[in-house]
Design a binder for this molecule. Structure first.
Ligand code: PXG
Length: 459
């Protein structure tokens, strides 16, 4: 099939307003048009074959081109394309998926509420947390503590729970009763502390914030086990145990946002397994269906589900597409593939360690300050001065953007967050594809180095 790229770009700009995009600037440049995909590759309308180092948007865990997921969804659409889960009705795919999720979740997590995405999972969690405390008669416990530079979605609650300044500036956010502590970002903010001391210090900010607000006013703490969109920020080992201790000691619910970390990304079924976290709520999406159809949810621990079920009465919340049958059928088939192909174990024992080793080689590059990776999510910090973890002498993000553009030109999808390059390939990536990714990334780092030397950004 051939495509007229220019025509498509013009029509796109005339009618399609894209997310997280300066649409005016994009209209001048023209969007890249992705037309098909298979395995770990996508193709554009010009016929370029591109290695997808981001698994779509951190979601394509089982890789593209899985006919059996398409078949499962199609079969479900023929049988029962839609029915809702309101008004005391349910259907087989949502029942089966709920049971499957409970079997994969940590032992103390056995209920799931379905949504259409990660953002509305976090809207749901905000309402559930407050409903939980008010069901126990503690109406003042409505404050939620989050972290600067967290990402929890784009809806009003999602963006408010997130700690991204640029999002708060648009639309008069955050909503009231959400506050933020600092993130456990050692490379960027650790100064002279060693990572473990720093991790402990950042975790203890939670206790200080609870004291500041008053324990009787705090409902929950929310965090991604590993921050994804914020730049793959892997917390020091000291961080999560201290957070868990504080939540337990101060009777604060713990929400582990598993939207990116869930379903194998960190080498366990959930990021909470990897870090030994015992959350009360786990928002999920993305890898639940590997993005084949939109579906998300909130998993609930026995402690909170018991209160909500026994004391909460009717929960006045839900979405038309909560537990959509075709999305559930796609998710079930996706989870079957992850299990059948042992993808979680593969990330933990085989391809994860291999890619981590190869990724570390990039740390030798003259403009790389640090290379880090857990499971199959990683980052490299661009810096002109490794020893001091120094930034470039140009606006933050300039060099990251240059590198990202070289990646595009060289048929590799690798994103930038400021001057941090991030990667999150499909869990099915082969050893040879990892080699190709490293080879392309190295070439793009070389090109970036050359460009910034010419521009004088390293002096
Ligand atoms: N929580 C986390 C931790 C996420 O990463 C969401 C919630 C929201 O999910 P939905 O399905 O509503 O998008 C996310 C989404 C990026 C990027 O540029 C990251 C996400 C979404 C879009 C872009 O890294 N994460």
């Amino acid at each position: 099939m051939t495509f007229n790229t220019k025509d498509l770009q013009q029509t796109n700009s005339a009618h399609h307003m894209q997310p997280f995009t300066d649409n005016k600037a994009l209209a001048d440049k023209g969007a890249r048009i992705i037309t098909r995909a298979d395995g770990c590759y996508i193709w554009d309308s010009e016929g370029n074959k591109i290695l997808d180092g981001m698994a779509g948007l951190w979601c394509m865990n089982v890789g593209y081109g899985r006919d059996e997921i398409a078949d499962a969804a199609a079969q479900q659409m023929r049988e029962l394309p839609y029915y809702n889960t309101f008004f005391q009705t349910t259907h087989p795919p949502v029942i089966e998926l709920s049971k499957k999720i409970a079997s994969l979740a940590p032992d103390h997590v056995n209920q799931v509420f379905f949504t259409g995405s990660g953002s509305d999972a976090n809207d749901t969690v905000l309402r559930m947390v407050r409903h939980y405390w008010s069901s126990l008669g503690k109406k003042s416990k409505k404050g939620i503590i989050s972290r600067k530079n967290a990402y929890h979605g784009s809806t009003v609650a999602g963006a408010s729970l997130g700690g991204m300044k640029g999002m708060h500036e648009q639309g008069d956010l955050p909503i009231p009763h959400i506050t933020y502590i600092n993130q456990p970002y050692w490379y960027g903010e650790g100064g002279d502390l060693d990572p473990e001391q720093f991790g402990l210090q950042r975790a203890q900010e939670l206790e200080a914030e609870i004291d500041r607000l008053g324990e009787e006013n705090v409902a929950a703490f929310i965090a991604e086990p590993v921050q994804g969109a914020g730049g793959v920020i892997i917390p020091p080992a000291s961080y999560w145990p201290e957070i868990q201790r504080i939540c337990d000691a101060r009777n604060i619910l713990l929400i582990a946002d598993e939207v990116i970390c869930g379903f194998g990304r960190t080498g366990s079924w959930f990021g909470s397994d990897t870090f030994n976290i015992k959350p009360d709520f786990m928002p999920i999406a993305k890898g639940l269906s590997s993005g084949y159809l939109p579906i998300g949810g909130v998993m609930l621990s026995d402690r909170v589900s018991k209160v909500l079920l026994e004391e909460g009465g009717e929960f006045n919340h839900g979405y038309t597409y909560s537990g959509h049958p075709a999305a559930c059928a796609a998710a079930l088939k996706n989870l079957e593939i992850i299990e059948r192909e042992n993808l979680v174990e593969r990330v933990r024992d085989d391809i994860g360690p291999y890619m981590q080793k190869r990724w570390q080689e990039l740390a030798q590059h003259p403009i790389v300050g640090e290379a880090r990776m857990i499971g199959l999510m990683g980052a490299i910090e661009l810096s002109p001065d490794k020893a001091n973890r120094a930034p470039f002498k140009v606006k933050e993000g300039t060099v990251g953007f240059i590198c990202r553009e070289f990646c595009f030109e060289n048929n590799l999808v690798m994103r930038h967050v400021g001057d941090t390059m991030i990667i999150s390939p499909p869990l099915v990536i082969s050893h040879a594809e990892v080699d190709e990714l490293i080879e392309k990334a190295t070439r793009c780092l070389d090109l970036t180095w050359q460009r910034i030397n010419e521009a004088g950004y390293c002096e």
